[in-house]
Ligand binder design. Structure first.
Ligand code: ATP
Ligand code: MG
Length: 563
């Protein structure tokens, strides 16, 4: 894998940073990742994390983790913890620079008092509805609030009393005094503080006024001496307000830079929608392996390297777009292909009895985990005996022409073991195949041709006597439409949930070495895909495996076809 990251590769953000170096605006890089603790992180956040930490690393700079916890009603400690775990797992470290916007509540209050004293902020008694009316529209200017010309003394007094809890929720706001006729709606005397008698996860009931996002964010960046405050595109129109706050207060001025957020096909990325999926039981939790959350992807078997490579591959841009989820899967397969041990597991077993193999005989084959590097690969012992399981789909009684697997009278290779020929088919009363009888060629040991004769098919297998049982979970996209929000009028995105996104196989037979499979260890079950132990639901003796991804790389195939 290349050491180059999207942060070192040049893009419009690295250009801006270079420009700042040259014109002396900043001589270093200090970024922050500012999640609101109101949900688990998802793959979109991963893009932002890789960018913020990556850009800083590439410039020998620093990155802070700051919880943007200015909204007391929606935030929970569970999220604060999961977010830290996820960022660490992705491979990034904020050292001792863990901050909370709520730590700045005192400072933010003092800054607001300063704005009032400068005549740049006022207490307004308009209700939420009146505020909307006075604000105007994109085509019409707004109207000045009747409270706009309150004296500094009156504003100071009222703001102090807002803080002291004298007024009910929604009865007053503190607003910036900017320009009610500005073409930028964000500059039409935006609200800086609102009254909200609500308990906060860190400050308890100390506060009943809470700062608004734009105000709190600009000043938090400033207090931390952030150089480049990277955020998503929808904040572009907010940048003039961000700059206004910092200019009026004459404090450290971070540069806000916007980039396009990540959107993926077949995926919803809104925390509110993800929360709904969890709350309404459509998934088993935030870390359901079908969720686009970092914790879901980790449980599914994604590696941090794959996610980081994906972030590098998509890069950053100024234009919103939708990335094909198959690109993410392609990057994942590439990564797993290199690091996964090859093992044998039968998903849907069919018993095969090898009649000419002695009943009490057993042998083991020493098979490399990484067959393309036999000389250096660790190996494990794979036991063989008279009764084995093969994949039900690897046998057809009446096969079409190009079916190169097992059929009556046909010889195939058992991977790393022997050539076998099907001699008899046993069925139940309903006509279903229940087991096969075969003969083997003792001269074909190791799956080698004894006399130059060739077989068309090679299939995987597991010795029946030695197999361990396992539950396998196979996943498909959570939504059946590339755009989950594409619904007829009156519908909702949950109408597009894919009823077949989870398939559970309870009778799988696994080679015995898998009894020791550890969490986070990637395997390729040969011919069936990449799997890992589900660390939530596995118990010793009853392992559950998640299929991380199948082997078919539709992305690579499409690229080839396009060429
Ligand atoms: P919401 O505002 O709905 O709560 P958010 O997606 O803005 O959600 P935050 O917790 O505020 O969530 O996000 C933290 C950081 O991650 C922000 O800087 C945000 O810009 C970035 N981010 C969030 N979603 C994406 C995405 N899909 N692609 C890239 N960056 C994202
Ligand atoms: Mg946000």
């Amino acid at each position: 894998m290349s050491e180059e990251t999207s942060a070192t590769r040049s893009n419009f953000i690295t250009d801006i940073i270079d420009e700042h170096h040259e014109n002396g605006r900043f001589d270093h890089v200090h970024t922050r990742f500012p999640p609101e603790p109101n949900g688990y992180l998802h793959i979109g956040h991963a893009k932002s994390i890789c960018l913020n930490f990556g850009v800083a690393q590439a410039n020998s700079g620093l990155t802070n983790l700051r919880f943007d916890d200015t909204n007391p009603t929606k935030e929970e400690v569970e999220y604060v913890e999961s977010i830290q775990e996820d960022i660490r797992w992705l491979g990034f470290d904020w050292d001792d620079r863990l901050y909370f916007a709520s730590d700045y509540f005192d400072a933010l209050y003092d800054f607001a008092v300063e704005l009032i004293k400068k005549g740049k902020a006022y207490v307004c008694d308009l209700s939420a509805e009146e505020l909307r009316e006075y604000r105007g529209t994109l085509t019409e200017p707004g109207k000045n609030s009747p409270y706009r010309d309150r004296t500094v003394e009156e504003n100071l007094d009222l703001f102090a009393r807002m803080k002291a809890g004298e007024f009910p929720d929604g009865s007053k706001t503190l607003r910036a005094k900017i320009d009610m006729s500005s073409p930028n709606m964000n500059l039409r005397d935006p609200v800086l503080y609102r009254i909200l008698h609500a308990e906060h996860h860190r400050t308890g009931n100390d506060w009943c006024i809470y700062p608004m996002y734009d105000y709190a964010h600009a000043l938090s960046d400033s207090l931390e001496n952030i150089t480049h405050s990277i955020c998503t595109l929808e904040f572009e129109d907010h940048r003039p307000l961000y700059d206004w706050v910092l200019d009026e207060l004459d404090v450290w001025h971070s540069q806000q830079i916007e980039f396009a957020r990540l959107n993926l096909t077949y995926t919803v990325m809104s925390k509110r929608k993800l929360l709904q999926l969890v709350k309404e039981g459509y998934v088993s939790g935030w870390n359901d392996p079908r969720m686009p959350t970092i914790s879901g992807m980790r449980r599914r078997g994604y590696t941090p390297e794959a996610i980081r490579t994906f972030a590098d591959t998509i890069g950053v841009s100024k234009a919103n777009s939708i990335v094909d989820v198959e690109l993410l899967e392609h990057v994942l397969r590439d990564d797993l292909n290199e690091r996964s041990r090859r093992v044998m597991a039968v998903l849907e077993p069919l018993k095969v009895i090898i009649d000419n193999y002695p009943e009490d005989q057993e042998e083991t084959f020493d098979v490399p985990y990484f067959p393309w590097d036999r000389d250096n690969s660790p190996t494990r012992a794979v036991p063989f005996s008279r009764e084995i399981y093969i994949e039900r789909s690897d046998f057809m009684e009446d096969p079409p022409k190009k079916f190169y697997r097992l059929a009556p009278g046909v010889e195939v290779r058992l991977m790393n073991a022997y050539y076998i020929t099907c001699t008899d088919v046993v069925k139940d009363d309903a006509g279903n195949v229940t087991e096969l009888h075969c003969s083997y060629d003792p001269e074909s040991k190791g799956g080698m041709s004894p006399d130059g004769r060739k077989v068309r098919g090679t299939i995987h297998w597991v010795s029946a006597r030695h197999a361990i049982d396992g539950e396998l979970r196979l996943y498909d996209y959570l939504f059946s439409k590339a755009d989950p929000y594409d619904v007829p009028e009156g519908g909702t995105f949950t109408d597009n949930l894919n009823p077949e996104s989870l398939q559970v196989l309870k009778d799988a037979k696994l080679e015995p070495s898998l009894a020791d499979a550890a969490a986070f260890e990637p395997f390729q079950f040969m011919r069936q895909g990449y799997f890992c132990v589900d660390f939530e639901d596995s118990v010793p003796g009853a392992l559950v495996f998640n299929r991380t991804i199948s082997l078919v790389d539709t992305w690579a195939k499409l690229q080839k076809e396009r060429k």
